[in-house]
Design a protein around this ligand. Structure first.
Ligand code: GDP
Ligand code: MG
Length: 632
C-alpha cells in the first residue's frame, strides 16, 4: 500500500487516502469508514484560519467578525506541479484565483446554512493542488464561542461544541489544538476540549499562536518545551500575520520570513527555532498524519475488506442470477411470496421488530373493531327502548288474543327476546365487513414490497383477496348459524339472565354485583293505596334495578323516598275499580311480611294498560314473578 509510483512512501499514504475518499464520494453515502484527518480546533480568533492559510501559502479563507467558519471545511492539500483548488460540490472546475475560492466557500456555506448565519455540520470539501504544499488533510471548524454574537441563537455555543465533538471524538482524527499565547494557557478552550476525547494527549498536537503578542518579559518556553501541559506529540509555536499585516496585504512568503526571523532573534526561543514556525508545523503535520494513517491502516484495511467481502457476496448472488434459468426464477418468486406471508402475519398477529409508530397495524385495527366498534353497535341497537316497550305490550296483547287478564309473560318474553336476538345479525355482519376491509387493506400494504413486479403484485393481491372473500362468506354463514341456534332455544336458566342472577344472589346472599346495580327501568307511577289514607294518591319517580325498586320525589333523583329490596317479592294484578281509570298492580312479600311499613301490598297505578304491562315485564326481568291470584 505504501509504495506509490512516486517512490515516496510517506507522501503516498496521504494521497492513497485522498484517492479512497474520491472513491467513497463516488459511491455516495454507502461507505461508513472514516478517513484519517486533522481537525483544527480552538477558540474564536485563536488563529486557526491563519494557520491553515499558512499551510497553503495562500489567502483563501473568509475573514470577518463573528462566526465566519460556519461549516466544517475539509481541506485536502496535495503536492502537485500546478496550483489550483477544486471543490467536491463542483468537481471538474479548477479555481486558479484564490479570491474565487474564498467566494465559493462563502457561497457554499450560505447554500446550506441559509443567510441567517446558522451553522451546519455538513462539510465543504476543498482540495488544493500546489507545489508549495505538503500533502495533508485538515478540517477547519467553527471557533469555540463563549457568548453569542449579534443575532446568533443562544445555543450556538453548544451546537458548535457538538459539531467539533463529532469530528474529534473519532479515534482516527488528530486534533490540532490552537491556543493563542497571549491568553491563559491552562484555560485554553482547544486543550480542554481535546482532553475530553483524548485524555492522555495521544492524538492531540498543540499549536501556540500569537507568540509575538505576549507581554514583554513573558514567554511560552515552558509550554513549548512540553513541560506545562505535556502532550505526546508536543507543541509548536507559530507567528501568523497580524490584522495589520493582513490589512496591509503582507504576503505569506514575507510573513514566513518574518516568523523565522522572530524565532531566531528571540532570546527565549532561539535555541528551539528549528522546531518552531509554520514550515516546521507543516512538516510535522504531514509526518504525523502519515504515521497516523500507517498506524490506523491495518484496522482500516480489515474494515474495508470485510465490507468488500459482503459486497462481493452480494455480487455473487447476482452473478449466478440468470433470468432464463427457471429454477432461479422460482426461487426468487418463492422468496418474495414467503416474505409477503411473513409480513402479513406480522401485521395481523403483531410483532416486536420494526414496530410502526405512525399508524395502527391491521391487527390492532381489527382488535378495535371487536372491542370498541362492535359493542358500540350493540348499544346503539338497544337504544330504541320505546319501540321495544311497544313491541312488548303488543306481544303480550297478541298472546292474550281474545282473552284478557290471563297472564302469559313467558311467551311474550320469548317472542320479544327472539326478536332482539335476531337483531344481533346486523351488527355482527357489519363487524365481519369491517374486519374484511381491514384484511384487504393489510394485503395491499404487504404487496407494496412487490411493486417492482407489477404483475406479481396484482396477482398476489387478487389471489389473497379472493381467498379472504371466500372465508368472508363462510364466516357470515357461521355467525348467522350461531344466532339461529340462540334463537331456537332460549335457556332462561342461564346465568346471563338478570332474573336468574338475581335469584341466585337471593339464595346465596352474594354481594352486590354490577348486574345488581343495572337500571332496568325508570318512570312515573302513583302509589295508590297509601295516598288514599293521606288524602290523595301521589306520583313518584320509580327506578327499578335487578335488586331494588326505589322511588324519588321527581325525576331529578335527588330526594329519595324509599328503597324496596326485591327479595321475595311478587307482583299481582289489582282489579280495576269503577271509580278509577287507573291500571293498578301490586307488589307483595311471599313470606307474609309487610312489604312497606305496615302495608301488606304496595299498589302502583299508571294511566295506560301498555305502561303497566311493560312495568310488569321489567319486574319480570328483575326476577319479580307474577302471582296468579289477584288482589281484591
Ligand atoms: P480564527 O478565528 O481562529 O480562525 O483566527 P484567525 O486566523 O482569523 O485570526 C484572528 C485574528 O488574529 C486575525 O486578525 C489575525 O490576523 C490575528 N492573528 C492570528 N495569529 C496571529 C499571530 O500569531 N500574531 C498576531 N499578531 N496576530 C495573529
Ligand atoms: Mg476562522
Amino acid at each position: 500500500v505504501g509504495k506509490r509510483e512516486n517512490g515516496c512512501g510517506m507522501e503516498g499514504l496521504i494521497e492513497l487516502v485522498n484517492r479512497l475518499q474520491d472513491a467513497f464520494a463516488a459511491l455516495g453515502q454507502s461507505c461508513l469508514l472514516e478517513l484519517p484527518q486533522i481537525a483544527v480546533v480552538g477558540g474564536q480568533s485563536a488563529g486557526k484560519s491563519s494557520v491553515l492559510e499558512n499551510c497553503v501559502s495562500r489567502d483563501f479563507l473568509p475573514r470577518g467578525s463573528g462566526i465566519v467558519t460556519r461549516r466544517p471545511l475539509v481541506l485536502q492539500l496535495v503536492t502537485a506541479k500546478t496550483e489550483y483548488g477544486e471543490f467536491l460540490h463542483c468537481k471538474g472546475r479548477k479555481f486558479t484565483d484564490f479570491d474565487e475560492v474564498r467566494q465559493e466557500i462563502e457561497a457554499e456555506t450560505d447554500r446550506v446554512t441559509g443567510l441567517n448565519k446558522g451553522i451546519s455540520s455538513i462539510p465543504i470539501n476543498l482540495r488544493v493542488y500546489s507545489p508549495h504544499v505538503l500533502s495533508l488533510t485538515l478540517v477547519d471548524l467553527p471557533g469555540i464561542t463563549k457568548v453569542p454574537v449579534g443575532d446568533q441563537p443562544p445555543d450556538i455555543e453548544q451546537q458548535i461544541r457538538d459539531m467539533i465533538m463529532q469530528f474529534i471524538s473519532r479515534e482516527n482524527c488528530l486534533i490540532l489544538a490552537v491556543t493563542p499565547a497571549n491568553t491563559d494557557l491552562a484555560n485554553s478552550d482547544a486543550l480542554k476540549l481535546a482532553k475530553e476525547v483524548d485524555p492522555q494527549g495521544l492524538r492531540t498536537i498543540g499549536v501556540i499562536t500569537k507568540l509575538d503578542l505576549m507581554d514583554e518579559g513573558t514567554d511560552a518556553t515552558e509550554i513549548l518545551e512540553n513541560k506545562l501541559l505535556p502532550l505526546r506529540r508536543g507543541y509548536i509555536g507559530v507567528v501568523n500575520r497580524s490584522q495589520k499585516d493582513i490589512d496591509g496585504k503582507k504576503d505569506i512568503k514575507a510573513a514566513m520570513l518574518a516568523e523565522r526571523k522572530f524565532f531566531l532573534s528571540h532570546p527565549a526561543y532561539r535555541h528551539m527555532a528549528d522546531r518552531m514556525g509554520t514550515p516546521y508545523l507543516q512538516k510535522v503535520l504531514n509526518q504525523q498524519l502519515t504515521n497516523h494513517i500507517r498506524d490506523t491502516l491495518p484496522t482500516f484495511r480489515s474494515k474495508l475488506q470485510s465490507q468488500l467481502l459482503s459486497i462481493e457476496h452480494e455480487v455473487e448472488a447476482y452473478k449466478n442470477f440468470k433470468p432464463e434459468d427457471p429454477t432461479r426464477k422460482t426461487k426468487a418468486l418463492l422468496q418474495m411470496v414467503q416474505q409477503f406471508s411473513v409480513d402479513f402475519e406480522k401485521r395481523i398477529e403483531g410483532s416486536g421488530d420494526q414496530v410502526d409508530t405512525l399508524e395502527l397495524s391491521g391487527g390492532a385495527k381489527i382488535n378495535r373493531i371487536f372491542h370498541e366498534r362492535f359493542p358500540f353497535e350493540l348499544v346503539k341497537m338497544e337504544f330504541n327502548e320505546k319501540e321495544l316497550r311497544r313491541e312488548i305490550s303488543y306481544a303480550i296483547k297478541n298472546i292474550h288474543g281474545i282473552r284478557t287478564g290471563l297472564f302469559t309473560p313467558d311467551m311474550a318474553f320469548e317472542a320479544i327476546v327472539k326478536k332482539q336476538i335476531v337483531k344481533l345479525k346486523g351488527p355482527c355482519l357489519k363487524s365481519v365487513d369491517l374486519v374484511m376491509q381491514e384484511l384487504i387493506n393489510t394485503v395491499k400494504k404487504c404487496t407494496k414490497k412487490l411493486a417492482t413486479y407489477p404483475r406479481l403484485c396484482e396477482e398476489t393481491e387478487r389471489i389473497v383477496a379472493g381467498h379472504i372473500r371466500d372465508r368472508e362468506e363462510k364466516t357470515k354463514e357461521q355467525v348467522l348459524l350461531l344466532i339461529d341456534i340462540q334463537v331456537s332455544y332460549i335457556n332462561t336458566n342461564h346465568e346471563d339472565f338478570i332474573g336468574f342472577a338475581n335469584a341466585q344472589q337471593r339464595s346465596s346472599q352474594v354481594n352486590k354485583s354490577a348486574v345488581g346495580n343495572q337500571v332496568i327501568r325508570k318512570g312515573w307511577l302513583t302509589i295508590n293505596n297509601i295516598g288514599i289514607m293521606k288524602g290523595g294518591s301521589k306520583e313518584y319517580w320509580f327506578v327499578l334495578t335487578a335488586e331494588s325498586l326505589s322511588w324519588y320525589k321527581d325525576d331529578e333523583e335527588k330526594e329519595k323516598k324509599y328503597m324496596l329490596p326485591l327479595d321475595n317479592l311478587k307482583v299481582r294484578d289489582v282489579e280495576k275499580s269503577f271509580m278509577s281509570s287507573k291500571h293498578i298492580f301490586a307488589l307483595f312479600n311471599t313470606e307474609q311480611r309487610n312489604v312497606y311499613k305496615d302495608y301488606r301490598f304496595l299498589e302502583l297505578a299508571c294511566d295506560a294498560q301498555e305502561e303497566m304491562d311493560s312495568w310488569k315485564a321489567s319486574l319480570l326481568r328483575a326476577g319479580v314473578y307474577p302471582d296468579k291470584s289477584s288482589v281484591s
